[in-house]
Design a protein around this ligand. Structure first.
Ligand SMILES: C[S@@+](CC[C@H](N)C(=O)[O-])C[C@H]1O[C@@H](n2cnc3c(N)ncnc32)[C@H](O)[C@@H]1O
Length: 208
């Protein structure tokens, strides 16, 4: 048993999240939702920061959406960007089944375009979760900082790329982009940040 399996085993099953994972598997979607422990952390960080508006980049089947929306202040709204219309629809179904249908809106399309539009519209957010194509991470981080209210929280998942980030033989575009993103997280003076190496790695930052 790994340390992560031990820790996950301490917590009881969450009916909504189990249903969501089952729905994702039954529809043949990839098993790439956020790790259970980091899902709990998303809820906690959203709640601890008092966030009311959240922006997620990469919805898949709604697992992380449920975790984020649960932590938002009363009347809060999660805006979720997803490339594939069918995924957004499934995520919406899972959010609704979890009683969170009123707490989410989906914007379908390439997140780069959706983010540019949100900036044009003058939208701002208290909480961000970056979890889409890895090549986009540096661009997504810049958009998140531009869309952030002071004190906003920015989270990025999979920053270790299952060992590829630290493997010097790996030089593909996703690996290069994630290394760049991690450097930005660590050194950008607009941020206060840390990186957790558990599961597949999670970056956490606060916009000063
Ligand atoms: C790792 S999954 C997201 C998992 C989800 N956040 C969770 O933990 O439950 C990545 C998602 O990003 C979406 N995606 C990939 N490229 C994208 C893009 N350019 N714009 C928006 N979404 C994108 C994929 O379709 C996929 O649903």
């Amino acid at each position: 048993m790994t340390d992560e399996q031990y820790v996950d085993g301490l917590f009881g099953e969450d009916e909504d999240l189990v249903r969501t994972k089952k729905g994702i598997a039954e529809r043949g979607m990839p098993d790439i939702s956020i790790a259970d422990g980091y899902g709990r952390l998303l809820t906690m960080l959203a709640a601890m920061s008092g966030a009311k508006t959240a922006l997620e980049i990469g919805a898949l089947g709604g697992y992380s959406g449920i975790c984020i929306a649960r932590g938002l202040a009363a009347g809060g709204l999660l805006t979720s960007l997803e490339l594939k219309a069918e995924y957004a629809e499934i995520a919406n179904t899972h959010m609704t089944e979890a009683g969170l249908g009123d707490a989410v809106e989906y914007i379908v399309g390439d997140a780069r375009e959706s983010l540019a539009r949100l900036r044009e519209e003058g939208r701002t957010f208290d909480f961000f979760f970056i979890d889409a194509d890895k090549e986009g991470y540096p661009v997504y981080l810049e958009h998140a900082i531009a869309l952030a209210n002071p004190g906003a929280v920015i989270i990025g998942d999979n920053i270790l790329l299952r060992g590829r980030t630290t493997d010097p033989a790996k030089e593909g575009p996703s690996v290069k982009a994630v290394r760049h993103f991690n450097q930005q997280i660590a050194s950008d003076e607009r941020l206060m940040s840390t990186v957790l190496p558990g599961y597949d790695g999670l970056a956490i930052a606060i916009v000063k």
